[in-house]
Write a protein that binds this ligand. Structure first.
Ligand code: PLP
Length: 352
């Protein structure tokens, strides 16, 4: 049966199921195996595991490519950076996820890559930086400043110059943005966030548009060994089954909260790209005021990470590793699927 006509909601629910045979489970089991009987896809647990397949099948179909599970989002990103030839130029957003920037800087310091940081929302600046580049790394919206790139324009320009295009699609998910359709070669996910959706998994994935690139990334995974656990891929596949419902609900909450935040007298600089579940804003009174707001909430959990069913927030610069291009008083709010009114009651009491 051709599945190409199915809508994303149907794909999320139906892709990556075991064959519909008498006695078969509806969900792919968690296979705990370091060694497998020869003759199948894999005979060693670092080379392949049947438990990865459900997650890879459903994510690959949602993004429109071949998905590969990794131990974490950063392991997935590192496998993609490994595709850059020695000393190759990588163009990347100045305000990307701090872990990504850190990994690129470590590589640049030892000469493995030549790093060119750009304002990813400035299409002309990005296009001008592509000359002689090996890879364009896009994060959109960016974490935590929520800048949005003109993905189609910069991916097209990069493709015309033979530059490999990779997109960190963690914030948008394939339900809001399908980078491979817009000209990207690779998509990277921190599946620890919205895809899993319950703050109980650390997992990553790479999705490649063509099979040769997928094979190159799979070779990096097998060689470097940053492989996913069977339990984590099971939980992430289960999370994706409800992604569309969670995302619709959290996004509706985010839209309701953005309006109320923007109208609050103590709130400044509200950022929201118009879709997704993350809002950033600043609080009048600076660092200490913002920090104490995040510590006063009762319903919104004061914690890092994002994309869970429960709302969380934190002042990003409380982490020493967050770059100082992020305002000191910036609070990143990850909106969950609770009642928007209950969330606002809590947020407004915390704002005081
Ligand atoms: C969290 C995050 C990562 C890193 O993913 P891990 O699963 O924590 O390794 C990468 N990119 C973005 C945008 C993230 O939010």
């Amino acid at each position: 049966m051709s599945r190409s006509h199915l809508s994303p909601e149907t794909v999320a629910v139906s892709a990556g199921r075991p064959g519909h045979l008498p006695g078969a489970p509806l969900n792919s089991p968690i296979t705990l195996a370091s060694a497998l009987v020869p003759g199948g896809d894999s005979e060693y647990g670092r080379h392949g595991n049947p438990a990865w397949s459900a997650f890879e099948a459903v994510l690959g179909e949602l993004e429109g490519g071949t998905a590969l599970a990794f131990a974490s989002g950063m392991a997935a990103s590192a496998a993609v950076f490994d595709l850059v030839p020695a000393g190759g130029v990588v163009v990347a957003p100045r305000h990307a996820y701090y872990g990504t920037l850190n990994e690129l800087r470590v590589r640049a310091e030892r000469g493995a890559v030549d790093l060119r940081l750009v304002d990813i929302a400035d299409t002309d600046e990005v296009v001008a930086a592509l000359a002689g580049a090996a890879m364009l790394w896009i994060e959109s919206p960016t974490n935590p400043l929520l800048e949005v790139a003109d993905l189609e324009a910069i991916a097209r320009a990069a493709g015309e110059s033979g530059v490999i295009v990779a997109v960190d699609n963690t914030f948008a998910t394939p339900l809001r943005q399908r980078p491979l359709d817009l000209g990207a070669d690779l998509v990277v996910h921190s599946a620890s966030k919205l895809l899993s959706g319950h703050s109980d998994v650390v997992l990553g994935a790479v999705v490649a548009r063509d099979p040769e690139t997928a094979a190159a990334v799979a070779a990096r995974r097998q060689s470097a060994g940053a492989i996913a656990g069977a339990l984590e891929t099971y939980l992430a596949a289960r999370g994706i089954r409800t992604l569309h419902v969670r995302l619709d609900r959290a996004e509706a909450n985010a839209r309701a909260l953005v309006e109320r935040l923007a109208g609050h007298p103590r709130v400044t600089g509200t950022r929201y790209p118009g879709f997704g579940t993350v809002i950033a804003f600043e609080v009048e009174g600076g660092t200490d005021a913002a920090q104490s707001v995040t510590e006063r909430s009762r319903l919104v959990t004061y914690a890092t990470s994002l994309g869970g069913v429960e709302s969380t927030w934190e002042r990003r610069r409380r982490h020493a590793s967050e770059p100082d291009t992020v305002p000191d008083a910036l609070i990143r709010l990850s909106v969950g699927i609770e009642s928007a009114d209950d969330l606002w009651a809590d947020i407004s009491q915390a704002l005081g």
